[in-house]
Design a protein around this ligand. Structure first.
Ligand code: SAH
Length: 355
């Protein structure tokens, strides 16, 4: 066996790449399919246990390749059942993944990048700055490592949301590659309609996403009701202002069963007035949209507060009265810094601003 550092990680390779690998080793291509099945369906992690491959081939493979999940460095357990996993990657970078069990289903919140470049003023991941994109293997690895640790069986009702660290559309090639394998019934097997990518709306990438075959559902982080307000809390709005964002949303090819989800973080005294709600109604006119209101999750070093709950309900009422289905999303895992926007390696002395 070569050391882990030298070997190539098979996790993240797609069917074609594994078939090509088998062919390069002088094996029939279907051997690649067996490896694909082994990694993503049987969740084999030790190449020597691929007993459906010949011993020689297994040994050749094991001398150059391995199947490496990201390593769990720490787990933080919330009173409400959510678990935040801190993973260490092969280059010692760290990312976080959140496991949220509910009665009827389980949701995993995946990271797509180490840190984030977008600098949204209310988000703790922004404090890390931009570090690097995750590979498809590191994205799939989060799902496999957490479902293995939590004994979530294949076929269980599982939702994946790309709402952890990072902006998925700034890493679209690797996110899209991961989604193909995650959604493939012969791969990890999580139906596409249970996978959601959340974005601030990187418009050229949204137009690209509209064209991909294995297309997950889409959530847009709206978070404001007019340009000045949105630019103040989300600098990316200066590049892609609301009118352009909503034009691309209107042209987005929704499938018959699908809604566009708009997320709206409610910040006390910033974007939570009745007038804001009325402007959101105007913005979303003519869209098959649903809105998730997220009362702000607080933490150290940021100046915002969540509105009083009555304000959240009043905001919701204005939207529902105008026939926009609107839900209040009570964040899970706030006590362990696992809630929306709180992923920032808190408690690991890894935040530059807090170190
Ligand atoms: N970059 C992507 C995905 C990560 S953030 C995006 O922006 O959509 C996932 C959601 O958490 C976004 O809707 C974001 O607006 C929200 N969020 C960020 N910080 C938050 C905070 N402190 N409290 C509540 N929600 C927050």
């Amino acid at each position: 066996m070569t050391s882990e550092a030298q070997s190539v990680n098979l996790l993240g390779l797609n069917l074609q790449e594994l078939e090509d690998l088998a062919a390069r080793c002088g094996q029939p291509r279907y051997r690649g399919r067996q490896i694909y099945h082994g990694i993503y369906v049987r969740r084999v992690r030790d190449i020597s246990t691929f007993t459906d491959l010949s011993r020689d081939f297994r040994e050749t493979l094991a001398s150059q390749q391995s199947i490496l999940y990201p390593k769990v460095e720490r787990e933080f357990r919330s009173r409400d059942g959510a678990v935040r996993y801190l993973f260490r990657l092969a280059d010692d970078q760290r990312i976080e993944t959140v496991y949220m069990p509910e009665e009827e289903r389980t949701t995993l919140c995946l990271s797509s990048q180490v840190g984030c470049a977008l600098d949204c003023r209310f988000c703790f991941t922004a404090l890390l700055g931009s570090r690097r994109n995750l590979t498809a293997g590191e994205i799939i690895g989060q799902a496999l490592a957490v479902t293995t640790a939590q004994n979530v069986p294949r076929g269980a009702r599982l939702n994946l949301v790309f709402m952890g660290m990072g902006e998925p559309l700034l890493n679209l090639p690797q996110v899209a590659k991961a989604v193909v394998i995650l959604a493939d019934p012969r791969g990890v097997g999580i139906p596409l309609r249970r996978i959601t990518v959340s974005t601030v709306g990187i418009l050229p990438r949204l137009e690209e996403l509209a064209l991909v075959n294995a297309r997950p559902k889409l959530a847009i982080s709206l978070n404001a009701s007019h340009d000045e307000q949105r630019s103040a809390i989300m600098p990316i709005n200066r590049k892609y202002p609301l009118a352009d964002l909503l034009r691309v949303c209107r042209a987005y090819p929704l499938r018959p069963w699908e809604h566009l989800t708009f997320e709206y973080v409610l910040l006390d005294g910033v974007n939570d007035a009745d007038d804001d709600a009325r402007r959101v109604v105007d913005l979303l006119r003519d869209l098959r949209a649903k809105v998730n209101l997220i009362p702000y999750n607080s933490g150290p070093n940021l100046p915002y507060r969540a509105p009083k709950f009555e304000r959240v309900v009043a905001f919701q009422k204005i939207l529902t009265e105008r026939h926009i289905p609107t839900f209040i999303r009570i964040s899970r895992g706030q006590d362990i810094f696992a809630a929306c926007g709180q992923l920032s390696l808190e408690g690991m002395d890894a935040r530059p601003s807090a170190a």
